[in-house]
Design a protein around this ligand. Structure first.
Ligand SMILES: *Cc1c(COP(=O)(O)O)cnc(C)c1O
Length: 401
């Protein structure tokens, strides 16, 4: 009989198999046991029919990966510790010194910072293209171009590009196109199948998704995913992902698994409230412009209509306003501070509404032609009721005069 300590470590009890409950459970491990040395030698860490090491997958991460593939219509998925890590993983896996990456001028800011920082230092060049001008994208693709990033709608200013045209342009040039799919979340449109019934399917090569936003839904998890349909491309990304040692925490993965079933309903609720507020904001005299893809005057509205309203539909939970130039930055700051339900904070996708003023002039190569000059404020609409949020905006606008 072994000592008590040893018995507690090597306890013989096994719970009965077949436990079934709404949540798939949390499996936590660095080490996983092999049944024999022979099995250890035969198991391939890349093969998802077995377990080799926590870094390479557990029942919890495999389950989340498969559900995210279903959400986005992909075939394979990698999990990483943040949305930005997903962007970086794609760059590191696909680009080498001498290559060039093209990035839309309205891309998620830190994606541009990565290009201007590490990628540049490693001899990988970048160019920004106009997301609303297909000819500009086509003209910037050269023999050095390996990867084109796409984003629909664009960050902060929410222009909706001709995504199908952009993908066709990349395919024609033989370069990879990767979509930051955080806004669409796999719901507004199908990134790997953009045109219903098209044969062969028209789709991006890779999606990255900040699971931090809608899939987590709580503002309490940081995670990202990289989804593909091409097995060879996936394997290239997976090898890089392994060598970089990227892993996610089991409790965080469980947090996303728990929130995933309500994602479509939450997305719809964010969307409904956001459209109400955007329409209301249009009537207000304080704003020079309201930016939201479902508003007819918003840049790329036609593309949004064609792509998203044909699909499950949706326009996410973000809208921005540009204050009339007469309002000084300090007045706009006062407005933001006066909001009570809208909290001042980054990110989006959780239950609490958020507000953030942006200095767009510092974020774009030049001031976009379709935008009026003025201070831009972005709202991330949470799950509060529209009437309460509208009243909050109205009371804070009163502070401007
Ligand atoms: C938030 C966000 C990211 C990054 O996600 P993190 O998990 O915060 O790193 C990437 N792309 C878009 C469009 C985002 O909004």
């Amino acid at each position: 009989m072994a000592d008590l300590i040893t018995t507690l470590i090597h306890h013989p009890y096994q719970p009965p198999a077949g436990f079934a409950a709404p949540q798939p459970g949390v499996f936590k491990a660095s080490t996983v046991f092999f049944p024999s040395v022979d099995a250890m030698r035969q198991f391939d860490w890349k093969d998802k029919t077995a377990y080799t090491y926590g870094l390479h997958g557990t029942p919890t991460t495999y389950t989340l990966e498969e559900r995210l593939c279903t959400l986005e219509g992909g075939g394979q998925c990698l999990l990483v510790p943040s949305g930005l890590a997903a962007i970086a993983t794609v760059a590191l896996a696909l680009l080498k010194s001498g290559d060039e990456v093209l990035i839309p001028d309205n891309a998620y800011g830190p994606s541009k910072a990565l290009a201007e920082g590490e990628l540049k230092a490693w001899g990988i060049t970048h160019q920004y293209f106009d997301p609303l001008d297909l000819a500009d994208l086509a003209a910037k693709i050269t023999s050095k171009t390996r990867l084109v990033w796409l984003e629909a709608a664009g960050s902060v200013s929410l222009e909706f590009p001709d995504l199908c045209g952009q993908v066709r342009t990349c395919k024609a040039a033989g370069v990879w196109c990767a979509l930051d799919n955080t806004w669409g979340a796999g719901l507004a449109f199908k990134p790997f199948d953009l045109v219903p019934a098209a044969l062969p399917a028209l789709g991006v090569d890779i999606t990255i998704h900040a699971l931090t936003k809608y899939p987590s839904g709580g503002g309490d998890v940081l995670m990202g995913s990289v989804v593909t349909v091409d097995e060879k491309l996936h394997m290239r990304l997976k090898l890089c992902h392994m060598r970089l040692g990227l892993a996610v925490g089991a409790n965080d993965a469980e947090g996303v698994l728990r929130a995933l079933p309500s994602l479509p309903m939450r997305y719809r609720a964010h969307d409904d409230t956001t459209r109400k507020l955007a329409h209301w904001a249009r009537q207000r005299s304080e704003f020079a412009q309201v930016l939201h893809p479902a508003l007819p005057e918003s840049a790329g509205h036609g593309h949004w209509l064609a792509l998203c309203e044909n699909g499950i539909g949706g326009a996410a939970g973000l809208f921005s306003v540009i204050f009339k130039p007469g309002y000084a930055q300090a007045q706009v700051d006062t407005f933001c501070d006066a909001l009570k339900l809208f909290k001042i904070g980054y990110s989006w996708g959780g239950p609490v509404s958020l507000v953030m003023p942006y200095e767009l002039a510092k974020m774009r190569s030049s001031w976009p032609q379709h935008l009026q000059r003025g201070t831009l404020v972005r709202f991330s609409v949470g799950l509060e009721t529209a009437a309460d949020l509208q009243a909050d905006l109205a009371q804070a606008l009163q502070r401007l005069v």
